[in-house]
Design a protein around this ligand. Structure first.
Ligand code: SF4
Ligand code: SF4
Length: 81
């Protein structure tokens, strides 16, 4: 019984840790089925974090993106989430 309680508490702490990390470090991604390759997100990105991949769709470099949200606001397809 004691082991189950310890495991449950550990699991809850782990879930809280993962949730907080997600809130503090959200990632923006591109829905490739919606992207029309217009390039608006590339033009507006202040961090040069967006590129067009070989498939012609926008991709976001998570190491450069600071989650400013400008690409989301300008995307005509609402393809960035
Ligand atoms: S602004 Fe939207 S539709 Fe245009 S390239 Fe970027 S993700 Fe694709
Ligand atoms: S959220 Fe800002 S920094 Fe990140 S890709 Fe979009 S425009 Fe660039």
């Amino acid at each position: 019984m004691k082991k189950i309680i310890v495991l449950t508490i550990t699991a809850v702490i782990l879930l809280l840790f993962i949730s907080c990390d997600r809130i503090n470090n959200p990632e923006y991604n591109v829905d490739k089925s919606s992207c029309n390759s217009c390039g608006s997100c590339l033009s507006i990105c202040p961090r040069d974090a967006v590129d067009i991949g070989q498939d012609g769709k926008a991709i976001i470099d998570q190491t450069k993106c600071n989650q400013c949200g400008k690409c989301i606001a300008i995307c005509p397809q609402q393809a960035i989430f």
